[in-house]
Design a protein around this ligand. Structure first.
Ligand code: AHR
Length: 311
C-alpha cells in the first residue's frame, strides 16, 4: 500500500488545517492516474493534509485504508469505491466516529443513505447511452451495412462504471436497435490494457465475425487494438471502436483512425472534491450527487483536440 501524506506547512488563516483521508481504487488506467494527480494537486492547493492510499483494485485494501483513517481521526474521508456492494460495515464505523464520508467517481449500494454525504462523479449510465448514440453516427460515417455484431469489454466486475455503462448502452440498443444490433460477446478486461488485449484476442478466436467493439475505457480499447492488428484486421475499419474516457492515448489512437469515437469521462475531480470537503467540514449542506460535465468526440475532432488534452 502506497501511503503518503502531503500538504503545505502554513495553516490557512489561523484555522486548523483539514486532514483528508483518500482511498483510491488503484492505478489501472490513464484515467485513474489523471484522477490521482488531480486529487493530490487540488488538496495541496487547498492547503489540506492529504493521506492517500492506492488499493490496487482490491476492496479489502480500501476497507483497511478507511479503517486506518478512522483510527487516525482524519476530518473527512473520501474514496472511490472499487465495487458497489459491501461497504455498510465500514461506513457505519466512520459514522460512529462522526467522520463524514464523501464518495468520488464511483457510487455504492447501501441500505442506509445517511452513510455518505454526497457523490462527486459522472453519470455512467448516461455515458453508456451516449456510447450507443455515438455508435449510430460511427456506423453511418463508415457506411456500415448489415448486422452489427458487438463485442463489449466491460470494466471491473461489480464496479459502478462497468454496471452502468453496460446498462445505458443496452437501454438504447433494446429500444432502438433490437433487430440490427447484437452483443455477441461480453467480458471484463478489468479496465486495463493487458486485460483488453487478452480478452479481445479470445473474442476474435471465438467470434471472428465481430464488427464493433464497445470498450468501457480507452485503455482496454488500446490493448484490444493490439490483438485486432495481430489478427490481421484493421481497428477503426474492419472493427469499429467506441470507448469511454478521453485520455491522451485514446485521442492519439483516434487521430490515427484506430478508435472511431470516445465518450468523455472527466477525471479532474480534485477541485470540486476539495470544495465539498470544505463545505462538509464547515457543517454546510451539499447536493447528494454532484455530476461532472463531459462531452463526446469523433475522429474529425481528434487532431484538433489532441494538443489541448491535459492527461
Ligand atoms: O471509475 C471510472 C473508470 O475507472 C474509468 O472510466 C476507467 O478508466 C477507470 O479505471
Amino acid at each position: 500500500e502506497d501511503d503518503s501524506s502531503t500538504g503545505s506547512d502554513s495553516s490557512g488563516g489561523g484555522s486548523k488545517k483539514i486532514t483528508l483521508g483518500f482511498s483510491q481504487v488503484g492505478s489501472e488506467s490513464g484515467w485513474r492516474s489523471a484522477n490521482t494527480d488531480s486529487v493530490k494537486s487540488a488538496a495541496k492547493e487547498a492547503g489540506y493534509t492529504l493521506k492517500f492510499s492506492d488499493a490496487q483494485q482490491k476492496q479489502e485494501n480500501q476497507i483497511s485504508a478507511i479503517r486506518s483513517y478512522i483510527a487516525q481521526k482524519v476530518d473527512v474521508i473520501a474514496f472511490s469505491p472499487v465495487v458497489v456492494t459491501g461497504w455498510d460495515a465500514v461506513l457505519k464505523e466512520a459514522k460512529a466516529a462522526k467522520i463524514p464520508v464523501v464518495l468520488t467517481d464511483r457510487s455504492v449500494e447501501t441500505s442506509d443513505e445517511s452513510l455518505y454525504v454526497t457523490l462527486v462523479g459522472s453519470d455512467f449510465t448516461d455515458e453508456g447511452r451516449r456510447a450507443a448514440k455515438i455508435l449510430e453516427k460511427v456506423l453511418e460515417t463508415a457506411g456500415h451495412k448489415g448486422k452489427v455484431k458487438i463485442a463489449q469489454l466491460e470494466g471491473t466486475t461489480g464496479a459502478a462504471p462497468a454496471i452502468e455503462r453496460a446498462k445505458g448502452f443496452k437501454e438504447v440498443m433494446d429500444a432502438e436497435h433490437k433487430d440490427d444490433w447484437e452483443i455477441v460477446v461480453t467480458q471484463t478486461g478489468d479496465f486495463t490494457r493487458a486485460g483488453g488485449k487478452q480478452v479481445m484476442a479470445a473474442f476474435l478466436q471465438s467470434n471472428p465475425d465481430i464488427n464493433v467493439l464497445y470498450a468501457h475505457n480507452d485503455d482496454m480499447a488500446i490493448g484490444a487494438i493490439q490483438s485486432i492488428e495481430a489478427a490481421g484486421k484493421k481497428p477503426g475499419k474492419d472493427i469499429l471502436i467506441v470507448s469511454v474516457d478521453g485520455v491522451k492515448d485514446g485521442f492519439v489512437a483516434m487521430s490515427e483512425g484506430k478508435i472511431n469515437a470516445i465518450v468523455e469521462c472527466n477525471p479532474l475531480l480534485g477541485p470540486q472534491l476539495m470544495e465539498v470537503v470544505q463545505t462538509v467540514h464547515d457543517g454546510g449542506t451539499v447536493e447528494r450527487w454532484i455530476k461532472t460535465k463531459e462531452s463526446d468526440f469523433t475522429q474529425d475532432q481528434a487532431k484538433d483536440a489532441l494538443p489541448t488534452r491535459k492527461y
